[in-house]
Design a protein around this ligand. Structure first.
Ligand code: SF4
Length: 306
């Protein structure tokens, strides 16, 4: 079956089943091209909370589909590849954050969206790379102790941006973002002297300090679209370049490192999406007591993101 034939059949099922396909910017280009909506974690959460569709097929990793299910509990949320996880999300275990909560009852727990629903149930608020600085800043004004996790790098970046922010940091990170170095950036800048370097806040501070702009995947895409610069060294996962090239065919994009390729995100192929929608398999289910508690921190994030 050709890609075009698969697209036609997927579109036919979408109408018959009243289904919507959401895809993260890190997905394969052929998945992004058939999706109804492509976005970052925040935008996809907002879309999941608003859609009238009966079925959401979430092309991304497990915690994202879980977040969609939290926000659309009556809808059927399907994840084409159930094994597609997130290394960073797996760096926080439920028993550890539960213990932290018990030992620090007055601490505000700010939970990066890259976390399981089981961990989110112990948090006060959820954040993404789009709204992280704004929400951390909001809670810093309350003057209470704060924990941020599982991504330590965005937390360090927030503390560097504002002296008023003091965070206890969970020791988690994304392997592919955290693995990038200042030396790699300097080498890429030397190779592309006319290019601006832009980076995602999951990178280490030494990398972010070299960037002309730091932002979420959506923020980075919007930045290159508006910028007058014609060349960019991209400091995040390779999937975003598909959207950047679509929006800016006259500009050049160089990936900082070939290591910027998330194995988990690339587990989903068009055939997986096709089979998943046809058979309505891989439904996300969250025990109701956990969902009720975890939903509160995601709802709080959406309220503060308006
Ligand atoms: S790029 Fe990193 S943080 Fe994002 S899904 Fe992959 S492992 Fe997780």
């Amino acid at each position: 079956m050709t890609t075009q034939e698969m697209y036609e059949q997927i579109n036919k099922w979408k109408k018959e089943k009243n289904a919507i396909i959401l895809a993260h910017y890190y997905q394969r280009p052929e998945i992004q091209d058939i999706a109804d909506y492509v976005g970052d974690s925040l935008a996809l959460s907002q879309m999941a909370s608003k859609t009238d569709a009966d079925i959401i097929v979430f092309c991304g990793v497990h915690f994202m589909a879980e977040t969609a299910k939290l926000l659309s509990p009556q809808k059927k949320v399907l994840l084409p590849v159930m094994e597609a996880g997130c290394v960073m999300a797996n760096m926080m275990r439920e028993e550890d954050i539960k213990k932290y909560r018990e030992e620090h009852p007055d601490t505000i727990i700010l939970m990066y969206v890259n976390s399981t629903a089981r961990c989110k149930q112990y948090a006060d608020v959820c954040v993404t790379s789009s709204n992280g600085l704004k929400i951390i800043d909001h809670y810093a004004k309350l003057g209470k102790p704060m924990l941020y996790g599982p991504d330590r790098n965005l937390g360090k970046y927030a503390m560097q941006k504002s002296k008023d922010i003091k965070l206890d940091l969970w020791p988690g990170f994304c392997g592919i973002h955290n693995g990038r170095t200042k030396e790699e950036v300097l080498k890429a800048k030397a190779e592309h002297p006319n290019a601006e370097f832009i980076a995602h806040p999951e990178c280490k501070l030494e990398v972010l300090e070299e960037a002309a702009f730091v932002g979420s995947t959506k923020g980075l895409i919007e930045y290159v679209t508006k910028s007058e610069c014609k060349e960019f060294i991209v400091g995040t996962e390779c999937g975003v370049i598909h959207e950047m090239e679509k929006r800016c065919p006259d500009k050049k994009f160089y990936l900082l490192s070939n290591m910027f390729n998330c194995f988990e995100m690339k587990l989903t192929h068009l055939e997986d999406l096709y089979n998943c929608l046809r058979d309505e398999t891989n439904e996300i289910e969250i025990p109701e007591d956990i969902a009720v508690r975890a939903r509160k921190c995601v709802d709080k994030m959406l309220e503060l993101s308006k």
